[in-house]
Each structure stands twice: as structure tokens, then as C-alpha cells.
Design a protein around this ligand. Sequence first.
Ligand code: ZN
Length: 55
Amino acid sequence: MSNPTCARCGTPAPSEDLPLTWVTSVEKGRKLVYCDRCARENVRSIESKLDSAWW
Ligand SMILES: [Zn+2]
């Protein structure tokens, strides 16, 4: 029993199978997952560094 948890907000996935809206990302050999909400904000922050002050 090890449901993935969001690497940013810690929200646990509803099941071991990630929902399609969740995003996986490999960083430095570690597999990280982001929930749908964080994935969206993460992408935005990557695409637009100007938003970093908002965090
Ligand atoms: Zn999250």
C-alpha cells in the first residue's frame, strides 16, 4: 500500500494508479508526481518565471 503523494502539496492519490490528470516527472533519478492542481501551477511557473513571486 503506497499510494503516490503529490511532491508539492502532499495530497495522496486516490489509488495506486494515478489519475490521468496527475503528472509524473523524473528529477535527478527520482520519480515525482504532482496532483492535477499542482501540475497546472508547476507548468505555469516553468513557462512563466514571472509568476514565481506568487508562490
Ligand atoms: Zn499537489
